[in-house]
Write a protein that binds this ligand. Structure first.
Ligand code: ADP
Ligand code: ZN
Ligand code: ZN
Length: 751
C-alpha cells in the first residue's frame, strides 16, 4: 500500500503530497494511518522529516521509499479536508494549517518530550538581590538584557525561557551567558498543570429565561433537533442575557452527550468569564484553551478534549480546531471582535472556519454581539442568518445616558487639559459618592509625537516609518511597531535647535493629569505597558474591583466584557482616534468601541453616565453611538459601503510585499501587477485591480513594503487566479521579497 504524505514545511514548493510505501506491519490496516504523524526520508536530507499521512492508495507510478516511523495519530479525514480547504482559501501550505490542529508543543520534538515528562526547565536565580544590584553598580553587569532578565526573575521568581523571552524581551543566549557566569541555573520542575486547580467555585443553577431569551433559545434548540446546519445571530445589548442563553444551549448539548465549542475574544478569556461556566458545569467537563497557558497546560487541556473527558471547550480563535468528537454546537461570543481573524499565516477567519465545521457536522452556529459585524448583520437582513433580538437588559438595569462634548468648544473656552469641564464635574461627583469611573483612551505612552518647532522634524523609528512615542516611566522614546527604544531628544538632530516639543497624549499622560487634577483619587492603569506578566490583565481588573479603586485608565483592553456593578461613569477621552485611521471600517470600529465602552457603565443598581469627548461631534458613528441606535448606524454605513464597493458588497484582497531591498520589492510588486492585469484582461475576470503602491506604513522593522489591492467577489476563479499568481511569483526568483495574501484583512494599514 502507498501512503500520500504531506511534509511539515512552509516552503511553497513542498505544498503537495509525496508517495511513500506503507511499512509491512501496517499493510493490513493501512487506512487507519490516515491522519498519523510519520517520519520519512526526504530528498538528500540525512535526518528524517516530519509529515502527515493524508491518503492511502494501492499504487503509485513512482519509485518510492518507505515510511521510517509511524508516530501518534492526531488527525482524521475531516481535519485533513479542512486543512486543504484552508490552504486554498488562505493561500498557505496545508501543513501550516494542520499545525493548528495538533496538540500544543508537538511541532517541536524537543518540547514534546518535555511535555510528556510533565516537567519542564525553569530558569532560577542563584544570587540574591543585593549581590545582583551590587554587580550592577560596580558595572560587572552591564548588558541591558542581562540586567532586565535578572530583574524579571527577582520580581517574578523562576520562569520559563520562553516567558523570559517575551516578558523581559530577552533571549536564550542571554540566559546561557547568565548561567555560565553563575547568576542563574536551569532546573527541571514539575509544572502546574491545571490552571483552575484549587479554586472552589460555588455551583449555579440555570435561571428562568425571560420571554426574549426563551424565544431565542427555543429557535436554536429546535434547529438542533432538526440536525441541519443553520446560523443564528443573537443581537442583544450588553447585559441582555446572551451568556445565559449560551449556558443553557451548552447544557442541552451536554445532555445529549455531545460537545460544544465556545469562542470568546482572547482578552475576555478571563477567569471571570470562565468561572461562570465552571460554576454551572463543574471544572472537569470544561477545557480552556488560550495563549496565556503554558505549553504543558495547553497540552493537558487538549488531551482532556481528545479523550472525551471535557465536552465543553472555551477558548480564543484557535480553539475552533480543538479535537472534539461529536460536536453539537459552536458559539461565537462578541462575534464582531477583530481577534477572530488571524494576522499570521495562516491568515484564517475563525468565523469562516466555524461555519465550515458547523455545516460539515450539521449543527447550529450561534453568533452573539451587542454591535454585530456589519457583514453579519447584512447577512441576517438577507436571511442567510436567523436574527434573534434581545432588546432589554436581563436584570432590567437601564442603559446609560450618553453625552457628547465638543472639544473644539472646550479649546475655545481656554480649557487645554484632556478633561472637559463636564467630565471633570462628573468625575468629582463620582469621587464624592464613592462610585467608580473608567476613562478610555486608545493611545498608550505619554506623548505620541515629538517635533522640532524650528524645522518641523518629527522623531520616527529608524526601522519603521512611524512616529516614536514618549514613555515617561522609562524616559525613552519607543516604537510601538518594533519595540525599538531610543533616548529622549533635547536637541533636534536635523537643525540643532533646542525647540523640541512633545505633542499628543497617551494613557500615561492621562494618568499623570488625573493625579494632578484629583490628588486624592486612587487610579490604576491598564495598557500593554502595565499588562505583561501572566494573568496581570486579570489582576488589574480584580484589583480595580476588589479594592474599589476610584479610576481605571486604559486602552482598548478596558472595553470588553467585564461586569463592574460599581462603575457608574465612563469617559471617552478622544473618540476621534479610531476615526482618523485609513480604513474603510473606521466608522464601524468607532461605533463598536463607543457602544461597548458605554456598556461598561451602570451595570448595577445605579444608572450609568457616559461622556464622549470628540473633535467630530457631527460624525454619524458618534451620533449613532450617542443614540445607541445600531439600526440607524447600519443603514447609513451600509449605504456608503455599497456605493464605495466595500464589504459586504465586495471582498478585499491585499497582496503584500515586503523586503529589505527597496528596489527589489518595487520591481516584484509591479511585475505581479502586470501578471494580474494581463490575466484579468485576457480572461475577462470581473475584479477591480489597483496599481502596485507603497503600503501606508511603507517600512516596518527595516522591511520596505508594497501592496496591491483587489476588490472582487471572492470565488473559486479568484482563488485559482491568486494561487497561479503565487506560482508566477516563484518564477520571478526574488532574493529577498516575501509575499502574503490576505483575504479581508482586519487592518488596512499594516499589511
Ligand atoms: P450578556 O452576555 O448579554 O452581556 P449576561 O448573560 O451576562 O448578559 O447577563 C447579564 C446579567 O443578567 C448577569 O448578571 C446575569 O446573571 C443576569 N441574567 C441573565 N439572564 C437572566 C434571567 N433570565 N433572569 C435573571 N437574571 C438574568
Ligand atoms: Zn529641527
Ligand atoms: Zn520601529
Amino acid at each position: 500500500m502507498i501512503a500520500e504524505v504531506i511534509i511539515q514545511s512552509n516552503v511553497k514548493n513542498l505544498n503537495r503530497v509525496f508517495d511513500y510505501k506503507v511499512p509491512a506491519e501496517y499493510e493490513d490496516n493501512a487506512i487507519e494511518l490516515i491522519g498519523a504523524r510519520v517520519l520519512v526520508p526526504f530528498g538528500r536530507m540525512k535526518s528524517l522529516e516530519e509529515g502527515f499521512v493524508v491518503n492511502i492508495k494501492e499504487h503509485t507510478e513512482y519509485e518510492v521509499k518507505e515510511i521510517a516511523k509511524v508516530e501518534e495519530k492526531y488527525l482524521n479525514k475531516e481535519k485533513i479536508d479542512l486543512a486543504r480547504w484552508m490552504a486554498k482559501r488562505y493561500f498557505c501550505n496545508v501543513s501550516e494549517c494542520l499545525k493548528l490542529m495538533l496538540p500544543p508543543g508537538t511541532t517541536s520534538k524537543v518540547i514534546q518530550n518535555r511535555v510528556k515528562e510533565k516537567s519542564i526547565n525553569f530558569v532560577s536565580l542563584i544570587k540574591d538581590e543585593d549581590e545582583i544590584e551590587f554587580d550592577i553598580e560596580i558595572k560587572k553587569l552591564k548588558s541591558e538584557k542581562q540586567i532586565r532578565t535578572l530583574r524579571f526573575l527577582l520580581e517574578n521568581g523562576d520562569a520559563l525561557v520562553s516567558d523570559i523571552e517575551i516578558f523581559a524581551d530577552s533571549s536564550r543566549a542571554v540566559v546561557n551567558t547568565l548561567c555560565k557566569n553563575g547568576y542563574v541555573e536551569i532546573i527541571p520542575k514539575k509544572i502546574e498543570r491545571n490552571p483552575f486547580e484549587g479554586k472552589n467555585i460555588e455551583r449555579t443553577e440555570k435561571l428562568k429565561l425571560n420571554k426574549e431569551q426563551q424565544e431565542a433559545y427555543d429557535t436554536i434548540a429546535d434547529s438542533m433537533a432538526d440536525m441541519l446546519f443553520s446560523e443564528f445571530l443573537i443581537f442583544g445589548v450588553t447585559g441582555s442575557g446572551k451568556t445565559e442563553i449560551y449556558l443553557q444551549l451548552i447544557e442541552k448539548t451536554l445532555k445529549e452527550n455531545k460537545s460544544s465549542i465556545l469562542l470568546v475574544p482572547e482578552i475576555s478569556l478571563t477567569p471571570q468569564t470562565v468561572n461562570r461556566f465552571i460554576a454551572r458545569f463543574g471544572k472537569e467537563k470544561i477545557a480552556v484553551l488560550h495563549s496565556k497557558l503554558s505549553v504543558g497546560e495547553r497540552y493537558d487541556e487538549w488531551n482532556k478534549i481528545k479523550d472525551g473527558k471535557a465536552k465543553i471547550v472555551i477558548g480564543a480563535r484557535s480553539a475552533i480546531f480543538a479535537p472534539v468528537s461529536d460536536l453539537g454546537i459552536v458559539i461565537i461570543d462578541e462575534e464582531h471582535d477583530s481577534s477572530y481573524k488571524s494576522e499570521m499565516t495562516p491568515r484564517y477567519d475563525a468565523k469562516e472556519i466555524a461555519r465550515y465545521i458547523a455545516r460539515d457536522n450539521n449543527i447550529p452556529l450561534v453568533l452573539g454581539s451587542a454591535t454585530p459585524d456589519l457583514d453579519t448583520y447584512y447577512r441576517a437582513k438577507n436571511e442567510e442568518i436567523t436574527l434573534l433580538k434581545l432588546n432589554k437588559r436581563a436584570n432590567e438595569s437601564d442603559l446609560p445616558e450618553i453625552e457628547i462634548i465638543d472639544l473644539r468648544e472646550e479649546l475655545a473656552k481656554g480649557n487645554k487639559s484632556m478633561i472637559s469641564t463636564r467630565l471633570y464635574e462628573e468625575i468629582e461627583k463620582n469621587l464624592k459618592n464613592k462610585k467608580q469611573t473608567i476613562l478610555y483612551l486608545n493611545r498608550r505612552g505619554y506623548s505620541t509625537f515629538i517635533m522640532c518647532r524650528n524645522c518641523g522634524y518629527t522623531a520616527k523609528c529608524k526601522n519603521c516609518d512611524i512616529n516614536l512615542t514618549y514613555h515617561s516611566n522609562t524616559n525613552k522614546l519607543k516604537c510601538h511597531y518594533c519595540g525599538r527604544e531610543e533616548n529622549v531628544l533635547t536637541v533636534c538632530p536635523e537643525c540643532g535647535s533646542k525647540q523640541i516639543r512633545y505633542f499628543g497624549t497617551g494613557t500615561q499622560k492621562l494618568e499623570y493629569e488625573i493625579k494632578k487634577l484629583f490628588p486624592e483619587a486612587s487610579t490604576i492603569r491598564m495598557d500593554v505597558d502595565t499588562v505583561s506578566k501572566k494573568n496581570s490583565h486579570e489582576q488589574i481588573l480584580e484589583k480595580f474591583k476588589n479594592e474599589n479603586i476610584d479610576i481605571l485608565i486604559g486602552t482598548q483592553m478596558v472595553v470588553k466584557g467585564h461586569h463592574f456593578p460599581n462603575v457608574t461613569l465612563v469617559g471617552v477621552i478622544a473618540a476621534d482616534g479610531s476615526l482618523n485611521i485609513d480604513d474603510f471600517r473606521a466608522n464601524e470600529k468607532t461605533f463598536q468601541i463607543l457602544t461597548q465602552v458605554a456598556g461598561r457603565a451602570g451595570r448595577g443598581e445605579d444608572k450609568g453616565r457616559v461622556i464622549i469627548q470628540t473633535y467630530n461631534p457631527d460624525n454619524f458613528s458618534i451620533e449613532c453611538a450617542k443614540k445607541q441606535d445600531y439600526e440607524l448606524f447600519y443603514n447609513t454605513e451600509i449605504g456608503m459601503r455599497k456605493q464605495l464597493k466595500y464589504p459586504p458588497f465586495c471582498d478585499i484582497i491585499l497582496i503584500g510585499f515586503s523586503s529589505e531591498n527597496e528596489k527589489e520589492v518595487e520591481k516584484i510588486a509591479n511585475q505581479i501587477h502586470l501578471y494580474l492585469k494581463n490575466r484579468v484582461i485576457k480572461e475577462n475576470i470581473g475584479i477591480i485591480l489597483y496599481k502596485a503602491i507603497p503600503s501606508p506604513i511603507d517600512k516596518i522593522k527595516n522591511k520596505y513594503r508594497w501592496r496591491i489591492l483587489i476588490k472582487c467577489k471572492f470565488s473559486d476563479d479568484i482563488i485559482n487566479l491568486l494561487n497561479d499568481t503565487l506560482e508566477h511569483f516563484k518564477t520571478l526568483k526574488a532574493k529577498q521579497t516575501r509575499v502574503t495574501i490576505d483575504l479581508n484583512p482586519n487592518n488596512m494599514m499594516t499589511l
